[in-house]
Write a protein that binds this ligand. Structure first.
Ligand SMILES: Cc1cc2nc3c(=O)[nH]c(=O)nc-3n(C[C@H](O)[C@H](O)[C@H](O)COP(=O)(O)OP(=O)(O)OC[C@H]3O[C@@H](n4cnc5c(N)ncnc54)[C@H](O)[C@@H]3O)c2cc1C
Length: 454
């Protein structure tokens, strides 16, 4: 006999768990079904060299109000991202250092980059996130890629390469993979490009002392045995009266279901009746970004000793950017490199030893030869994780956002959709996951209340 609850939530990432918590506090009975043997989804914290590091999402910023209040409420400690000293930019193998936000580049490249950033911010301000089709020149913007736009608007090749490195990390994708309208839609949700890539006052301002996964671990503790791990949902079958959700370990019957996964990941679930065409096609058209996070742990923070912040931008692979990622108490020095988009896919073709060498060579090109001798090296290739298939977010390529934006969150009968990709504020971020949960819970609560009245 299936277990009976008011609402089944599929996925114990930040979206699913925060939705479940809100539903429980509103008095509904809930089961959260999670495929993995852990909670947290795209946030995952691990112990290396006696300290906690995040191999998934790790930063929050001051504008991310929902995450800020969740962190406070759960009594989770954060600390400022280290970024004192000079940063490094390596353009085609040529290294220079700079202080503050403005890299030392030739004035022509710098001006082109500044114009492109302010042009992008201006365009992003005109995006109507709730109705992207109402954005001026929406069809024209959706028909081109971010790469086409930046080629037209940044005359300098070095400028194009620097912009690519910065934006690749934001989306986990090359500009040639992204609809320009999608890029603007994404930027507009976070306000500006600077917010997305900056540290102080921006999205990378703080890290979690005990790792970002703590948010999900603490939410799951509050939910207790309502959270069922190692329970991948295989099918969802609905009638006029109820929904049955089947996993490898059992069946649940509910009045409503919230599926809190990236759209592409929902493709692994069979639906009965079949999904309407817009939803069925959406799940084939929002591929996950590609990100491999590479962590090198050292016995000394030699870059800090040399007056460097640990921040670097590189125009050639295997890394696009690097950050200081030393543990919260400063006792375990570390550098973090992001290999993203095609760089990550190319890196994955190498053997483990060659990948390590390539990544450490890239760090050495920024911070000197000492970077070649870490005491530990770790990486996580999210593309090979069967329950994420990539990260940080799913993305729309050209010609798709306008056709499929509505299907992102439009409920299908008794099935509702959450997950960061469905958010209208900070989509792609932990903040977006929480926002998506709020919206899905509001839909489900209203539906359950009106059914009760009827
Ligand atoms: C390397 C990396 C860096 C990032 N950096 C940042 C950052 O610094 N700041 C930031 O805010 N965000 C960052 N992000 C993005 C952030 O982690 C995500 O936006 C957020 O965690 C998404 O939460 P979610 O609940 O929407 O989805 P998910 O975390 O993907 O949760 C979905 C859950 O559903 C489960 N699942 C999948 N299929 C099934 C199934 N069939 N049945 C049952 N369960 C299933 C998955 O196992 C997963 O636990 C990063 C992500 C990565 C991976």
């Amino acid at each position: 006999m299936p277990e009976d609850v008011d609402v089944v939530v599929v996925g114990a990432g930040i979206a699913g768990l925060s939705a479940a918590r809100e539903l429980v506090s509103a008095g509904f009975s809930v089961a959260v079904l999670e495929a993995r043997d852990r909670v947290g989804g795209r946030t995952e914290s691990r112990e290396f060299a006696g300290a906690t590091f995040d191999v998934g999402g790790q930063w929050i910023g001051p504008a991310q109000k929902r995450m800020q209040s969740l962190v406070k409420e759960l009594d989770i400690e954060t600390f400022p991202t280290y970024h004192s000293g000079e940063s490094v930019v390596v353009v085609d193998g040529k290294r220079s250092t700079y202080r503050g936000d403005i890299p030392k580049l030739n004035p022509f490249t710098l001006l082109a980059l500044q114009n492109a950033a302010s042009g992008t911010n201006r365009l992003a301000k005109r995006v109507d996130v709730a109705h992207p089709e109402r954005t001026p020149k929406a069809a024209k913007l959706d028909a081109q890629t971010l790469a086409t736009w930046r080629k037209r608007n940044i005359p300098s090749k070095a400028g194009q390469a620097i912009l690519d490195a910065g934006l690749r990390v934001v989306f986990g994708a090359d500009p040639s993979e992204l609809s320009m309208l999608w890029a603007l839609y994404y930027i507009s949700q976070s306000n500006t490009v600077d917010e997305l890539i900056g540290i102080e006052g921006c999205a990378q301002e703080s890290r979690f002392v005990n790792g970002a996964q703590t948010v999900s671990v603490k939410l799951a503790e509050q939910l207790g045995d309502r959270v069922k791990l190692s329970s991948p949902v295989r099918s969802i079958s609905q009638t006029e009266e109820s929904v049955t959700v089947s996993t490898d370990t059992g069946e649940w019957k509910a009045k409503r279901v919230i599926v809190a996964l990236a759209p592409t990941m929902t493709a692994g679930i069979t639906h009965s009746p079949d999904l309407p065409s817009a939803r069925a096609q959406l799940v084939q058209r929002m591929p996950m970004g590609a990100t491999t996070k590479c962590l090198a742990i050292y016995d000394r923070a030699f870059w800090r000793e040399a007056g460097l912040s640990g921040e670097a931008v590189m125009t050639t692979g295997p890394l696009a950017v690097a950050f200081d990622n030393t543990s919260a108490d400063g006792s375990v020095p570390a550098l973090l490199g992001f290999s993203v988009g095609s760089l990550a896919r190319d890196l994955a073709k190498l053997s483990a030893d060659d990948r390590r060498t390539a990544v450490l060579d890239a760090l050495a090109s920024c911070f000197g030869p000492k970077a070649r001798n870490p005491i530990e090296y770790h990486e996580k290739n999210w593309q090979e994780d069967p329950w994420s298939k990539g990260c940080p977010t799913g993305n729309f390529g050209p010609g798709t956002l306008l056709q499929f934006a509505d299907a992102l969150s439009e409920p299908v009968g008794r099935v509702h959709w959450a997950g960061t990709e469905t958010a209208q504020e900070f989509c792609g971020f932990m903040e977006g996951a929480v926002e998506s949960a709020e919206r899905a819970v509001a839909e489900v609560s209203a539906a359950l209340k009106s059914e009760k009245v009827a």
